[in-house]
Design a protein around this ligand. Structure first.
Ligand SMILES: *Cc1c(COP(=O)(O)O)cnc(C)c1O
Length: 394
C-alpha cells in the first residue's frame, strides 16, 4: 500500500499489511506450513545469512503472520510488529528482552493480574527486581527508579480500576532515566490510543480482545517504535517459541478490519450504560473515562480518541450484591475478557482477583462490590434492559 501513513485509520485497518498475492487472492492466504522450500543451496544459504529476504521456518517468519504484524504496526505508527501466541506471551517476551538478573522494573500496581504475578513468581526466581507503584502518579514512578532500572511498564486505562496514566509524562521520565517505556494498549487498541505517538518505545497487546474482537482467538502482538528495539525483541520471541500460528493470524487479521466500527458502536452504548449506572440508586460510583466524574477526565480527553467500552462500578451491597447481579443477567454473558462483539460482565472480588490477598486487592483498588462491564455491539436498549432487570433483583 503506497503512502499508507497519509491514509485514514479505517482505510489502513482494511488495507495495511495486504500482499500482492501471485494467485490474486483478495485476502492474505493462510500459509499453513511449518517450513519453506529453498530454490537451491545458494538460496538457502542467502536466506539464513539474511542477504536475501525469504521465509525459512514459521517460528521465524510466515507470510500470513507477517501481514498481520505489518498491519498492526502501521495502525500503532510503529516500526515493526512481532506477533505472539497470546497477550501474555507478548508481555513475557518484552520482560525477557529488557530484564535480567539484578535488573529492575518499575510497573503499575493495578495491572492485568498475570502480568504482575508472572513477575513476582517466575521472573523473581531469576533475580529480577520490581517496584509496583501507582503510575497514574508520576512522582511515585520517579521515586521508584534505581540505577538498575531497565524498563518502565504501564497499562492505561488499567484493569480493572480504569485509572489513567499520563503516557507523555511517563515517556519523559523513562527517557530521562535512559530506559524504555512499555505500554499495554489492550484496553484502547490503536483506534483509541497510540502510545508511540506519545513517546512510548514498545506497545503490547492482547489481540484476544478488541483487535480480534470476536471472542474466538487468543493472540498477542508487540509493536516496537524503532528498529533497535525491534531487533532486540524479535529474536527473543523466535528463540523462546512464543510465535503465532498462521491460522490464528488469519482470524485476527479478519477481525482487525472492522476494529474501528466495532469500537464506535460499543462506545456509543457504553456512554449510555455509564450514565444509567451513575444514576442508579444501588450503585455507589461508576468509573468510565467518558464521565466528568472520572478523576482523570481531562487527561482521558487529551490522550485518548474516545472513552472506550470498559466500565467499572461499585455496588453498594458489596460481595453479595455482586454475586446476585452476576446470577441474574440474561443476555449479557457472565465471563471474563473484553473487546468482543458480546457484552460481558464479571465480578473481580469473587472471580479474577479472588486468589489475591485482601491487602493487595485494596492496593489495586479492587473492592468487594466492584463490577467490570465490557460493553458489546448489541442494541443499547437491550443491554440497558438486561442490566435493569438484574439490578432490580440485587
Ligand atoms: C487479556 C489481557 C492480557 C493477556 O492477554 P492473553 O491474550 O489472555 O494472554 C494482557 N493485558 C490486558 C490488559 C488484558 O486485558
Amino acid at each position: 500500500m503506497k503512502d499508507s501513513e497519509k491514509l485514514g485509520f479505517f482505510t489502513r485497518q482494511v488495507h495495511a499489511g495486504e500482499i500482492d498475492d501471485p494467485k490474486g487472492s483478495a485476502t492474505v492466504p493462510i500459509y499453513q506450513t511449518s517450513t519453506f522450500k529453498f530454490k537451491n543451496a545458494d538460496h538457502g544459504a542467502a536466506c539464513f545469512s539474511g542477504e536475501e529476504d525469504g521465509y525459512i521456518y514459521t517460528r521465524i517468519g510466515n507470510p500470513t503472520i507477517e501481514a498481520l504484524e505489518n498491519a498492526v504496526a502501521n495502525l500503532e505508527r510503529g516500526f515493526g510488529g512481532i506477533a505472539t501466541s497470546s497477550g501474555m506471551a507478548a508481555i513475557t517476551t518484552v520482560y525477557l528482552a529488557f530484564l535480567g538478573k539484578g535488573k529492575h522494573i518499575v510497573s503499575h500496581n493495578a495491572l492485568y493480574g498475570p502480568a504482575r504475578s508472572v513477575m513476582e513468581t517466575v521472573f523473581a526466581r531469576f533475580g529480577v527486581e520490581y517496584s509496583y507503584v501507582d503510575t497514574t502518579d508520576i512522582q511515585q514512578v520517579k521515586d521508584a527508579i534505581r540505577p538498575e532500572t531497565t524498563m518502565i511498564y504501564t497499562e492505561t486505562p488499567a484493569n480493572p480500576t480504569i485509572g489513567i496514566s499520563d503516557l507523555k509524562a511517563l515517556a519523559e521520565v523513562a527517557h530521562a532515566a535512559g530506559v524504555p517505556l512499555v505500554v499495554d494498549n489492550t484496553f484502547c487498541s490503536p483506534y483509541l490510543q497510540r502510545p508511540i505517538e506519545l513517546g512510548a518505545d514498545v506497545v503490547v497487546h492482547s489481540m484476544t480482545k478488541f483487535i480480534n474482537g470476536h471472542a474466538d482467538i487468543v493472540a498477542g502482538m508487540i509493536v516496537a517504535a524503532d528498529e533497535k528495539n525491534y531487533n532486540l525483541i524479535r529474536p527473543v520471541m523466535v528463540n523462546m517459541g512464543c510465535n503465532m500460528d498462521p491460522h490464528q493470524a488469519y482470524m485476527v487479521h479478519r477481525g482487525l478490519k472492522t476494529l474501528g466500527i466495532r469500537i464506535e458502536k460499543a462506545q456509543e452504548s457504553a456512554r449510555k450504560v455509564a450514565e444509567y449506572l451513575e444514576n442508579h440508586p444501588k450503585v455507589a460510583w461508576v468509573k468510565y473515562p467518558g464521565l466528568k466524574s472520572h478523576p482523570q477526565y481531562e487527561l482521558a480527553q487529551r490522550q485518548m480518541d474516545g472513552p472506550g467500552t470498559m466500565i467499572s462500578f461499585e455496588l453498594k451491597g458489596g460481595l453479595a450484591a455482586g454475586k446476585t447481579l452476576m446470577d441474574n443477567v440474561e443476555m449479557i454473558l457472565l465471563a471474563v475478557s473484553l473487546g468482543g462483539v458480546e457484552s460481558l460482565i464479571q465480578h473481580p472480588a469473587s472471580m479474577t482477583h479472588s486468589k489475591i490477598s485482601h491487602e493487595k486487592k485494596l492496593e489495586a483498588g479492587i473492592t468487594d462490590g466492584l463490577v467490570r462491564f465490557a460493553v458489546g455491539i448489541e442494541n443499547a436498549e437491550d443491554i440497558l434492559a438486561d442490566l435493569d432487570q438484574a439490578l432490580a433483583k440485587v
